[in-house]
Ligand binder design. Structure first.
Ligand code: ADP
Ligand code: DP6
Ligand code: CO
Length: 324
């Protein structure tokens, strides 16, 4: 009745932005990511006889009722499946800033799905854990696997064909992902709310949908060929395009801060000077810089010298879920 799992976060190369079904977390488009080695969550779930509600402890704090309820609603899906009405104690540690655009929901719900299902002896395979994790946070579906991963959107109404698949193992292609911190406070608009507002109100969302398939094809090909420059071009364009859809929402969603702009312009100038370096940005102000391992050290040092950069964490492709 007790299990512990670890899951790494992931950074999307082609973004998931918009749901076609909010209850089942079915996305409008497929997405592709890299699981990172440095940011992760470790979660222990224990179902107990004597509890009358779930208890959710994150980073040693007892979480608010609204945060606990999100976790409880997720566990309800597993309770329903196994026929148990037991409550659980969930103890989680985020080695990643929470709700700040570093994808804590991805590692958080991937670790929770793995630990909760194991603690009830559900014996799920990775595909089923991905389907389960997806229903806590869409991006969590991808953190089940290591390396380069695709979450296929699926076409069924029940979501049974909407899960992640590994494209290339973390051992097969080493690239560098520098996580550039310009701010790590919690964001005002959650990913969930930001994408909902965008699809409901942004006139630019149709442009996103009509081009994302082409971006997916190019990124799959670049990963297959291990062609870094082709990958980077599409990835950077896709991220900026996602942020453009948000700017068209009512009211607009703008996650960038002045430091974000400083890093964007700096990376673009490095590229003009001949260094293959690209960037992507999730729902937050921080920038993830993609480069080759041979250039990682000098780019790391030069980023640290920018006034608005607080910290740079060098990541590489990391592994999928593990049980501790
Ligand atoms: P982020 O950029 O961190 O993914 P989101 O807005 O997508 O931001 O999600 C943040 C939410 O994810 C938190 O408010 C919380 O509900 C959930 N979350 C984060 N970490 C965990 C965890 N370790 N266990 C369960 N849920 C978590
Ligand atoms: C910009 O997975 O955090 O990081 O499914 O509502 O929990 P919910 O949203 P979430 O959204 C991630 C958005 C993104 C892009 C991505 O990771 O693909
Ligand atoms: Co998230």
């Amino acid at each position: 009745m007790k299990a512990t799992a670890k899951a790494n976060t992931n950074i999307a190369l082609i973004k998931y932005w918009g749901k076609r079904d909010e209850n089942l977390f079915l996305p409008m488009n497929s997405s592709i990511s890299i699981t990172l080695d440095k940011f992760y969550t470790i979660t222990t779930v224990e179902f107990k006889e004597k509890l009358d509600s779930d208890i959710f402890i994150l980073n040693k704090n007892i979480e608010s009722n609204s945060e606990r309820d999100k976790v409880s609603r997720f566990l309800d899906r597993i309770r329903k499946r196994t026929g148990t009405n037991l409550h659980a104690e969930i103890i989680s540690e985020n080695k990643v800033p929470t709700a700040a655009g570093f994808a804590s929901s991805a590692s958080g719900f991937a670790a929770l799905a793995a630990a909760a299902s194991k603690s009830l002896n559900l014996d799920l395979d990775k595909k089923d854990i991905s389907i389960l994790a997806r229903q806590g946070s869409g991006s969590a579906s991808r953190s089940i696997y290591g390396g380069f991963v695709e979450w296929q959107k699926g076409i069924q109404k029940d979501g049974q064909d909407s899960f992640a698949k590994p494209l290339l193992s973390e051992k097969d292609w080493n690239i560098s992902i520098l996580s550039v911190v310009v701010a790590s406070k919690e964001k005002n608009v959650s990913s969930r709310e930001g994408m909902k507002r965008t699809i409901e109100t942004s006139p630019f969302y149709s442009g996103w949908l009509s081009t994302v398939e082409k971006d997916l094809v190019m990124v799959r090909e670049a990963i297959n060929a291990q062609d870094f420059e082709r990958l980077g071009e599409v990835v950077e364009g896709n991220a900026l395009k996602m942020h453009a859809t948000m700017l068209g929402a009512e009211p607009p969603v703008l996650y960038w801060q002045s430091g974000t702009m400083e890093v964007i312009h700096y990376i673009q100038s490095l590229r003009l000077s001949g260094i293959p370096v690209y960037l992507t940005i999730d729902a937050g102000p921080n920038v993830k810089v993609l480069c080759l391992p041979t250039d990682e050290k000098r780019i790391y040092e030069s980023l640290l010298s920018l006034p608005s950069v607080k910290e740079v964490i060098t990541c590489h492709p990391g592994e999928g879920i593990t049980y501790l």
